[in-house]
Design a protein around this ligand. Structure first.
Ligand code: BEZ
Ligand code: FE
Length: 303
């Protein structure tokens, strides 16, 4: 019967994957084992610490439902989501920068006409968003679906609220670019908000004395045929948390200066009831393939 010391054990486990037919799976498993074993050796992990980790991961899985993905949240706060984003977008060649999808994308949004107010029932300062989708040379891309979503003035997404199924979407819509690549809509100015802290990920954030906040932003998913799907946010300049996003998602090119306006009409010529904000941000698409992501939700419901 073979017996192994702590380094021989690593070689033995790696060897156990020798017959794996898919070379990529074989490589991923070997590297995973190497990194995990290195961690245990470097830290001299105790039985109590190993037990805590197993319990933490168990509770992370148990917190997942059809509308909550605690494992993605864990990946986000550990910087893994942004690292996967970085290694897959090493060369942007003048294209708009990408960032995390986040757990509040619910799949294809309901199409709305240009100029629509996507937050008609919500309190908050009014904002007009205008944008243009082009290729890298500035050629407008027409007929492109753009999903947008953001948090309300209390820092919650519509999908986090218990009455979401009956009330339907809010601060969430799809726009399709016009012949000039443009789309525009009305909404409220989003604010910074905490990620959900009522699960094991929140416990970890609080125990390590981190704050749970994300700086104010609007999410965009631009999916043009013949171009890489663009998953990004536009962040609001001056936000208190712009330099300390809990999920490490801010990139300087994605920060937008929001103009405070008091004109009586908005850019589409329709009246403005009160002072309002203007967000102007254009998206440059990188040629390529790919399909927009589906929201990754757990397959099982809470018991
Ligand atoms: C979000 O921006 O919606 C988000 C991203 C990562 C973790 C939590 C929330
Ligand atoms: Fe968000």
């Amino acid at each position: 019967m073979p017996q192994f010391n702590d380094t021989e054990l690593t070689a033995a486990v790696i060897g156990s994957f020798e017959e794996t037919p898919d070379p990529r799976v074989k490589f991923l498993m070997e590297e995973l084992v190497k990194s995990l074993h290195d961690y245990v050796r470097k830290t001299d992990l105790t039985f109590d610490e190993w037990g805590y980790a197993i319990d933490f991961l168990t509770r992370t899985g148990q917190k997942c439902t059809s509308s909550r993905q605690e494992f993605i949240l864990l990946s986000d706060v550990l910087g893994v989501s942004m690292l996967v984003d970085a290694v897959n977008h090493r060369e942007r060649e003048g294209a708009t920068e990408t960032t995390v999808l986040g757990p509040f994308y619910v799949g294809e949004h309901k199409p709305m006409p240009h100029g629509a107010d996507i937050s008609p029932d919500l309190a908050g300062e009014r904002m007009f968003v205008q944008s243009r989708v082009t290729d890298l040379g500035g050629k407008p891309l027409a007929g492109v679906p753009v999903d947008v979503w953001h948090a309300d003035d209390d820092g919650y997404y519509d999908s986090q609220k218990p009455d979401y199924e009956t009330r339907g979407p809010s601060s969430r819509a799809r726009f399709v670019t016009d012949a000039d690549g443009r789309f525009f809509f009305r909404t409220i100015l989003p604010c910074s908000y905490p990620i959900p802290t009522d699960g094991p990920v929140g416990e970890m954030i609080l125990q390590t004395r981190r704050h749970p906040m994300r700086p104010a932003h609007v999410h965009f998913l631009v999916d043009a045929p013949g171009y890489e799907p663009l998953i990004t946010h536009v962040f609001i300049e001056g936000d208190k948390y712009i330099d300390s996003d809990v999920v490490f998602g801010v990139k300087s090119d994605l920060i937008s200066k929001i103009e405070k306006r008091s004109d009586a009409v908005m850019p589409d010529g329709k009246p403005a009831a009160a002072p309002w904000h203007l967000m102007t941000y254009d998206f440059r698409m990188k040629p390529g393939k790919g399909t927009a992501p589906k929201p990754m939700m757990a397959v099982t419901e809470d018991a």
